[in-house]
Design a protein around this ligand. Structure first.
Ligand code: FPP
Length: 276
């Protein structure tokens, strides 16, 4: 966390607290990103229109945000509306999602403040309808002094278009003589991403069982651990976030190296280098 936060673990449900007790504090993610999928299927299974699935999905958002804030998760980034959703879904569904976002913000900013949650956005926000942008700016302004979890909503977001926007920024710097192409580094690309002020996700959760990344944070997830659950997003709650975090705790992150065992020089020598 940017600031030391008081513990709010006593606010977890009994089920959440049971999982939380099993977590190793040294193996907690700092940043969790989620692909929220399955709203339509959730509604379909109940012979309801897709809109009901999205409405229920918005409820899940708030449950998960509050659990994240109770465990002092620093960063939570939710894929709420992709560029492809915007281009390929029926206009009626797109306008419903926009209204749902506005009403979600209006109804939940008070709770965000109660939970010390700061809201921000990534994506081509300028292409969203002005009245939605106005609500988004209001919510960001209302919560900007909070120091707990940063909730980032990816809206009209696509990772490839984020990279295009970053390349445009870099091309301008080169054009102005501020950067030479042969000096370009990964950090230069990083500082032009929408996520420039955020750490990369440690854990990416995808609901509804699909094994896809769907153009989400492609640069940022280079070394992210992936957790896929069959649970549909409208059924996802804080307890499921904690289950995913527990699974993350048992992963051996290697970043292309040899991981925890191989990091110890003596072990490396005996296991890898010494011929029998
Ligand atoms: C996928 O379900 C989900 C989305 C289109 C985006 C997520 C939207 C929400 C959770 C609702 C509101 C969000 C906020 C922040 C208020 P889908 O329709 O693709 O499901 P399907 O694959 O089962 O059809």
């Amino acid at each position: 966390m940017p600031l030391e936060q008081p513990s709010r673990v006593h606010e977890l449900s009994a089920e959440e607290a049971a999982i939380h007790r099993r977590l190793d504090p040294a193996r907690l993610p700092e940043h969790v990103a989620i692909i929220m999928d399955g709203n339509g299927r959730w509604a379909g299974k109940r012979s309801l229109k897709r809109f009901f699935g999205h409405k229920q999905g918005a409820e899940s958002v708030q449950y998960v945000v509050e659990t994240a804030s109770r465990i002092n998760l620093s960063w939570l980034t939710l894929y709420a509306f992709s560029l492809e959703n915007n281009l390929r879904r029926p206009r009626l569904e797109v306008s419903f999602l926009m209204k749902l976002l506005s009403s979600y913000l209006t109804s939940n900013v008070g709770r965000m403040n109660d939970n010390n949650v700061r809201i921000q956005y990534i994506g081509r926000i300028h292409e969203l309808p002005p009245e939605v942008r106005e609500r988004m700016e209001w919510a960001a302004e209302e919560t900007c002094r909070n120091t707990g979890t940063t909730l980032t909503l990816a809206l009209n977001y696509g990772a490839r278009s984020e990279l295009v926007d970053a390349m445009r920024g870099l091309a301008r710097e080169i054009e102005q003589g501020l950067l030479r192409p042969e000096h370009l580094t990964e950090q230069d690309i990083q500082r032009h991403l929408y996520t420039r002020d955020m750490p990369d996700p440690d854990l990416l959760i995808r609901t509804s069982g699909e094994m896809r990344i769907s153009n989400y944070l492609l640069w940022q997830i280079a070394y992210t651990e992936i957790f896929v659950t069959d649970r549909l997003w409208p059924d996802f709650r804080g307890v499921h976030l904690l289950e995913a975090i527990e699974a993350y705790g048992s992963r051996n992150r290697r970043y292309g190296g040899l991981g925890e065992v191989g990091d110890e020089p003596g072990v490396l020598a005996s296991k890898v280098l010494v011929p029998r």
